[in-house]
Design a protein around this ligand. Structure first.
Ligand SMILES: Cc1cc2nc3c(=O)[nH]c(=O)nc-3n(C[C@H](O)[C@H](O)[C@H](O)COP(=O)(O)OP(=O)(O)OC[C@H]3O[C@@H](n4cnc5c(N)ncnc54)[C@H](O)[C@@H]3O)c2cc1C
Length: 391
């Protein structure tokens, strides 16, 4: 089902949709039962899409307040609130082998807050007696581990932690000041001064993003060095990089990073088809900055801090098609389980795993309340000690 009437050049709002004759499901007013830390496209396409469906199909009757996790973008928060919290979701794919295309205006969100500016409004959400759920922004694997969550009554945990730790080359010079890692660089390119001659090591899609971003940041010569004979990025991504003036050096393995250059050796395939550097072929390639773009891995201590959770040699979580890991009750999907892929694949994978988690939780008995919850409350201690100290 493709609903053309949802597309408009006007600002999206309930009024605009009404004018366009939109026939899909819309929920205008409902209590704000959920506060969600994070307003990015993944949470909106995934979590908030499900809440919208729960509203439509199960009468959940809930609105979500979105909170920018780091704040500092009040204009973006206001733009979202001004469009009545509405946004458009386009879902393309296959269902039961048949191509499907759904376009839907999502009306689950009510507004977006910038916590730096809207702190009091955020506290009001916490005081709202209708509030039932917090989609939190807590790092798991630090002070709070997955084991702690099971101890505290969670019956099932979903790990969709993605791949956020840049892989390193483990060669000399990688910690020098003019060396950046791809995802750190892309998150805030303005924070790096890589100069006018940039070497990008690696040839995947992220490397292409880095090379093109470096050009926009003022680099005049950007070269991508690839250890193989084929570029790993899609042809689409690499051809745009070429069009923008990025040059490519193939079959080069980095050996050492120096202050003003990178040493590469030629690479060749041995009899077993393994890549190896050709001894004595090292050359120095001048540069003012280096970007290491050789993929990412699962970061933090989310795995090391969780008992009985299996990983593959690549560091990815072991999970079956329904996302079940080796630890009962822990499910995983997306890049953390299947390696660096795409948003669409992560969402499709997450949908399937959500159904498996639901079935798993339905099979469990309700958790017992704490044995201490019936203990009588101790009478409050008078604040006399404090009062005497003040005197
Ligand atoms: C530079 C770059 C460009 C890309 N471009 C595209 C593109 O154009 N199109 C496309 O489809 N895909 C693109 N991708 C891939 C896409 O981003 C991923 O495939 C997709 O986001 C994976 O979804 P996910 O839910 O598995 O993980 P993510 O989207 O990475 O989400 C993981 C979330 O978990 C959080 N997290 C991590 N560790 C913890 C923890 N210990 N506790 C709590 N939270 C944690 C993270 O902060 C993050 O919010 C790109 C990737 C990169 C790196």
């Amino acid at each position: 089902m493709r609903s053309e009437e949802v597309f408009t050049k006007e600002r999206l709002s309930f009024e605009t949709l009404e004018k366009l004759g939109y026939k899909g499901y819309l929920l205008k007013d409902a209590p704000e039962k959920i506060v969600q830390f994070g307003e990015g496209s993944f949470l909106r396409a995934f979590a908030d899409n499900f809440i919208d469906l729960m509203n439509e199909k199960a009468g959940f009757n809930a609105k979500v307040v979105l909170v920018q996790p780091r704040g500092g973008h009040p204009e973006a928060a206001d733009r979202f609130s001004e469009q009545d919290g509405l946004y458009t979701l386009i879902l393309l794919g296959r269902e039961n082998g048949q191509p499907v295309e759904h376009t839907r205006a999502i009306s689950a969100a009510s507004r977006c807050l910038d916590p730096k500016r809207d702190w009091e409004k955020l506290l009001d959400c916490a005081r709202n007696p209708e509030l039932r759920f917090v989609i939190s922004n807590t790092t798991i694997g630090g002070s709070i581990t997955i084991d702690d969550m099971f101890r505290d009554g969670y019956q099932s945990v979903f790990v969709g932690a993605g791949l956020w730790k840049p892989r390193s080359l483990h060669i000399k010079g990688e910690s020098l000041g003019h060396v950046a890692f791809a995802i750190n660089y892309l998150a805030c390119p303005e924070a790096f001064r890589l100069g006018e001659r940039v070497i990008v090591i690696g040839s995947g899609n992220s490397a292409m993003d880095c090379a093109r971003t470096a050009i926009r940041q003022g680099a005049r010569y950007v070269t991508v060095f690839n250890r193989r004979d084929k570029i790993a990025a899609s042809q689409y991504e690499s051809s745009y990089a070429k069009l923008e003036g990025v040059t490519f050096e193939m079959m080069k393995v980095p050996v050492e990073i120096l202050e003003d250059s990178v040493v590469f050796a030629d690479s060749e395939f041995d009899e077993e088809g393994k890549l190896r550097p050709v001894p004595g072929s090292e050359k120095r390639y001048p540069c003012t900055g280096v970007i290491v773009a050789v993929s990412q891995e699962l970061g933090g201590s989310i795995v090391s801090g969780t008992a009985d959770i299996g990983t593959k040699p690549s560091g990815l979580l072991v999970a079956d098609e329904d996302g079940r890991t080796s630890r009962p009750g822990v499910f995983a999907a997306g890049d953390a389980a299947h390696g660096a892929r795409t948003v669409v694949e992560a969402v499709a994978n997450g949908k399937r795993v959500a159904e498996a988690m639901h079935a798993y939780m339905q099979s469990l008995p309700m958790p017992e309340p704490s044995a201490f919850s019936q203990l009588p409350i101790q009478e409050a201690v008078e604040p006399s000690v404090l009062a005497e100290q003040v005197m």
